[in-house]
Design a protein around this ligand. Structure first.
Ligand SMILES: [Zn+2]
Ligand SMILES: [Zn+2]
Length: 110
């Protein structure tokens, strides 16, 4: 792919990013969209590919970076998913839960 070609950010459809910058953009952008990041799986053939988990199987079947020739003879296709699947390369940010403390009015104590 042309490294200068604009590609669409998987996290925000309004983002158009140069293909050469996409890996960096994805790392930044997934922090801004943890909910979206949780819904996306990383392609096993190209870490730049982020696809909705529901579409992962069809993406694997049609991934342009898939290299069947790399597979040893007799390997079943599609291969079993690796044990780390479907964790993203970068773990999602931990969102701190809301404080369990009740709101109290300081002047109301006592
Ligand atoms: Zn983005
Ligand atoms: Zn792919």
């Amino acid at each position: 792919m042309d490294p200068e070609a604009l590609v669409q950010c998987p996290y925000d459809k309004s983002h158009q990013v140069r293909a050469s910058r996409l890996p960096y953009h994805i790392v930044k952008c997934q922090r801004n969209h943890p909910q979206v990041a949780r819904m996306l799986a990383t392609c096993p053939f190209n870490a730049r590919h982020r696809v909705p988990q529901a579409n992962l199987r069809s993406h694997i079947a049609s991934c342009p970076d898939k290299r069947l020739s790399d597979l040893p003879h007799g390997t079943a296709w599609p291969p079993p998913l690796p044990p780390w699947w479907p964790f993203p390369a970068v773990p999602p940010l931990q969102l701190s839960p809301l404080s369990p403390q009740r709101w109290t009015c300081p002047s109301a104590t006592g």
